[in-house]
Write a protein that binds this ligand. Structure first.
Ligand code: F6R
Length: 259
């Protein structure tokens, strides 16, 4: 099963994930990172700003999980803009090596195929950061998504649009569609690191980690992955049943094993 790490604060989670990413970059200067948007990965990016400062990250490659369809690439809330402002620029990555799905393409099906092909051509993603939606989505794989799905257009649920309305002037401005890596695409990354913070994620985390596998909870796809780390704060862990066991396992983890 996935390793569950319960931490006190999002900053602690950022440090755990940031350390794993820095180790990866040390071992592999042209590492391929899978990056997410939204609020959840921000503590990881701020940890990495300090941790990677002074290191040569010019060869690091990155692929974003998803992009809205229906807003311009230079819209401040497009994931092109967000990844540039929150990841590429602050971490000092090389712009041409950071890719985001082309949600503005005339032919979205072709853009989706090309995105999966680009990930494959890069040798696959070494470490994929994931947030989780309150409806259990990862990427924008909304409930009902096939565990075998590839990058494609998905319709955002009303719940996701309302959750993301905080980034826009009103819910009406939140796009209805996104081009997202599929669950099958995500499962090909070599290490998944799923983060969640706050009470509002507690139910989704419990369903993802301890509920039955179901397309209704896309994040349950993590159980098909041989190396998945779930890092949650106490509020997001509050509906988990087996927390004592997860804490015991983590406390007794062999010192030589990273996450
Ligand atoms: C973002 C993404 C989404 C978010 C999820 C949680 O690239 O793919 O799955 O991770 O919607 O969003 P936040 O972190 O804003 O709660």
């Amino acid at each position: 099963m996935a390793e569950i790490i319960i931490v006190d604060t999002p900053a602690d989670a950022g440090a755990v994930a940031g350390a794993a990413i820095a180790l990866l970059v040390d071992r592999r200067p042209d590492a391929v990172l899978g990056v997410a948007t939204g609020s959840t990965p921000l503590p990881v990016y701020s940890d990495l700003r300090e941790r990677l400062a002074g290191r040569d990250v010019s060869q690091v490659r990155a692929f974003a999980l998803d992009e809205y369809v229906g807003i311009a690439r230079d819209h401040p809330e497009s994931y092109h803009s967000i990844i540039d402002a929150q990841v590429t620029v602050p971490l000092g990555l090389t712009r041409g090596l950071v890719q985001v799905p082309n949600g503005q393409a005339d032919d979205l099906e072709q853009a989706a195929l090309e995105y999966d092909a680009a990930i494959r051509a890069a040798g696959g993603i070494d470490l994929q950061l994931l947030g989780i939606g309150t409806d259990g989505h990862i990427g924008f794989n909304e409930p009902g998504s096939s565990f075998a799905s590839r990058t494609r257009v998905k319709t955002l649920t009303p719940q996701t649009r309302s959750d993301n309305a905080r980034f826009f002037a009103s819910v009406d401005e939140v796009p209805r569609h996104a081009l997202t890596q599929g669950l099958g695409t995500i499962l090909e990354a070599r290490h998944l690191v799923l983060l969640a913070f706050g009470e509002s994620k507690a139910e989704a985390v419990a369903r993802a980690v301890e509920g039955p596998m179901s397309a209704r909870v896309p994040a349950t796809a993590i159980h098909l992955h041989p190396h998945c780390t779930v890092i949650v704060d106490r509020a997001a862990a509050s509906q988990l049943v087996d927390t004592a066991f997860y804490e015991y396992v983590f406390a007794n983890k062999p010192a030589w094993q990273g996450i």
